[in-house]
Each structure stands twice: as structure tokens, then as C-alpha cells.
Design a protein around this ligand. Structure first.
Ligand SMILES: [Zn+2]
Ligand SMILES: [Zn+2]
Length: 363
């Protein structure tokens, strides 16, 4: 009897201590919905949490990229049915506070406040998950789309694509994308979607550079081969530099390289999460009067954002399934964390299946 009321979930117990355990299945309160998670994944941010680089409460269920079926609907949520397939964004804004109504959904209720799942409330690496503010956050998945076609939209696609959007990239702009991890690869795809002319991808991992080409990069640069990345970018662009430089790693060096390769008056669109201190070198920043824009973006969330991203997949404009390089059942999620954390075996993203479908996948 007890088993019917409990579920398996990956629980954070402290630095480098995560455990798959049985915890109670959540019950939805007012405005909430519980979904049965059918597919999720692990994010670089989850690694930061596990390594103790980003603080969360002990006892929290990790994960913020859920696809699932509606299991139970709380009072006050209308227009949804039990059994419906839904995608939930990594960021779950309330849709009602002054930040949300002002259009800054990711900053719901305060700085970074839109990120709740696997941060301030239990997340998606579990059999069931409670969706807060469900009315604003459940995006029905079109029947034509499979779970694996939409799971990466929740976070990395929404974040990655936002780089070109926040930069207000114009048709024909030249773009350089620094780092081709999952987010950088999506930023490359986003630059293509927004109509960039030339797209240059920078990374030191040849496998990721090959994937960058698949996502839309015209030229790839490996900093291990080109010591002066900004000089190489200037050479490629006929001395002009790029109109938009996207930073998708969160280090001083990539931020500086992004700044140095800009055309006069260009835009640095930053997605990276920096730690410690970030300093701005004044020479490429033109002493602060170079008409340079630096814009930052936290993953846009909410059901309308998810619907729009699914439109891109539905009509063949975006296919991120090549990024799901590995599959694991929830039982083996700790192994998946290791592989993902150590970047072994050409891993880009791992699909985690919490359901009963173990026999469908092996590795
Ligand atoms: Zn994430
Ligand atoms: Zn809000």
C-alpha cells in the first residue's frame, strides 16, 4: 500500500551526496498540478549544485527539465485534463507579480525568482513532480511530437535561443558563439534561426565543434589551435569583428574574448553563470563609451514560451535530438551524473527515463 503513495526521486543530501530514494508522491494544492514525469535530463546547473557551487536546501529533489503526463489537478486550475502530455519550462513564473506582468518572467517575485524547480521547490528527477503556478506553466505537447523532441526546450533551448533574441540580432549579422556545451550549441542554433549571416563557433572539444556545425556554425575555431581567438575572428570578418558575440560558458576569459571580437558598437550577449568576480577590460570596452551593449538573460519560461519553442520543432526548424547522446533509466541516474559530470564518451545531454520503459533503452 505504501508503494502507491511513494515514488523514486533523486534527493540532494549535501556536497557530492545525491541519493535515489523513496519519497512521498506530492499532492497538488490550490493552483498546482502533479505530473508523472516521462522524460527529463541533467543540466550543468545540477552539477554545480551537487559540487556545492550553488546552494540549495538538503532534502531537495533536483532537476528542472520535465516532460510528463498530468496525474492530478489541484483546485483553481482550469482547461487541463488528467493524462494530458505537457512540457514544463525550467523557469516557472507565477504570471501575476509585477515582474511577470512587466514582461520579466524569469525574475518572477525577485532576482532569479522564476527558477523554482530543483532550486526552491522539488524538481523533475523523480517519478512525479508538483508544478507550481500550473495555469501559467503547463504547455500541452502536440500529438505529432515525441518526448525526446521537446525535453531540451525546457531549459537549454530556451536559454540558448534567447542569446540572439536578447541581442536583437539582425538578418545578416555575423555572430561568434563562445563555448559549445549544450547551451552554446543551442545559441548557435538560435543565431541561425534569427537570420545570422556568418556564424563562428568556438570550443576546444572537437566533438562539440562537429556538433556546432550540425547546429548551424559556418566556421569553427579551436582555441587550442588558435591562441588569439579574437584575432582569428577579426581575420575571418575582414577586420570588422562580429556584430554579436555570445558568451555561453561563464568565465573571465570567454567574456573578454567575446568583448574583444566585437565590431565597434556591437553587442555582447551573455548567458554564462559567472562565479567570483567578473571584470571588464577597458580597452576593448572603449573606456565605456563605445556604444557597446552587454545584455544578460536567464532562461525564459512559462507556457507561451514553451508553445513557441515547440512550434519550431513541429515545423522542422529546430531538431535538438542529436544532443541527447545517452539514455538512462531513473534507477541509474547516479551513473548518468558521473558520465555527464566527467564529460565522458562524447556526452552532450543525457535522457533520464523515470517510467517503466526500462526495456526500451539500454544505455
Ligand atoms: Zn538548467
Ligand atoms: Zn511572477
Amino acid at each position: 500500500m505504501l508503494d502507491l503513495l511513494t515514488m523514486r526521486a533523486l534527493v540532494f543530501h549535501g556536497t557530492n551526496d545525491i541519493r535515489l530514494e523513496r519519497v512521498p508522491i506530492p499532492k497538488p494544492g490550490f493552483g498546482e498540478v502533479v505530473i508523472r514525469v516521462t522524460l527529463t535530463t541533467i543540466c550543468g546547473t545540477d552539477l554545480h549544485i551537487v559540487r556545492g557551487e550553488y546552494p540549495v536546501e538538503r532534502g531537495l529533489v533536483l532537476g528542472h527539465e520535465p516532460v510528463g503526463l498530468i496525474h492530478e489537478i489541484g483546485p483553481g486550475v482550469t482547461g487541463y485534463q488528467v493524462g494530458q502530455r505537457v512540457l514544463v519550462g525550467a523557469i516557472t513564473p507565477c504570471g501575476q507579480c509585477h515582474s511577470c506582468l512587466g514582461g520579466r518572467l524569469s525574475q518572477c517575485g525577485g532576482a532569479l525568482g522564476g527558477w523554482k524547480l530543483g532550486n526552491s521547490v522539488n524538481g523533475a528527477q523523480a517519478e512525479y513532480m508538483l508544478v507550481p503556478n500550473a495555469q501559467a506553466n503547463l504547455a500541452p505537447i502536440p500529438d505529432e511530437l515525441r518526448d525526446d523532441q521537446v525535453v531540451l526546450l525546457a531549459d537549454i533551448a530556451s536559454t540558448g535561443l534567447s542569446a540572439a533574441e536578447s541581442a536583437e540580432l539582425k538578418v545578416g549579422d555575423s555572430v561568434a558563439v563562445f563555448a559549445q556545451g549544450p547551451i552554446g550549441l543551442c545559441a548557435t542554433a538560435g543565431a541561425r534561426l534569427k537570420g545570422a549571416g556568418l556564424i563562428i563557433a568556438v570550443d576546444s572539444d572537437p566533438t562539440r565543434l562537429a556538433m556546432a556545425r550540425r547546429m548551424g556554425a559556418d566556421i569553427v575555431i579551436n582555441p587550442l589551435k588558435h591562441y588569439d581567438v579574437d584575432e582569428e575572428i577579426r581575420r575571418i570578418t575582414g577586420g570588422r569583428g562580429v556584430d554579436v558575440a555570445i558568451e555561453a560558458l561563464g568565465t573571465q576569459q570567454t567574456f573578454e574574448n567575446a568583448l574583444r571580437c566585437l565590431t565597434p558598437g556591437g553587442t555582447l550577449s551573455s548567458l554564462g553563470v559567472y562565479s567570483g568576480k567578473l571584470s571588464v577590460p577597458l580597452e576593448p570596452f572603449c573606456a565605456g563609451i563605445g556604444d557597446i551593449r552587454v545584455v544578460t538573460t536567464l532562461c525564459p519560461g512559462g507556457k507561451e514560451r514553451m508553445r513557441r519553442l515547440m512550434e519550431l520543432v513541429l515545423h522542422g526548424r529546430l531538431d535538438l535530438t542529436p544532443l541527447l547522446t545517452h539514455h538512462f533509466t531513473l534507477d541509474r541516474i547516479e551513473e548518468a551524473y558521473q558520465l555527464f559530470g566527467e564529460r565522458r564518451d562524447g556526452v552532450i545531454k543525457v535522457a533520464i527515463l523515470p517510467g517503466e520503459s526500462q526495456h526500451l533503452l539500454n544505455s
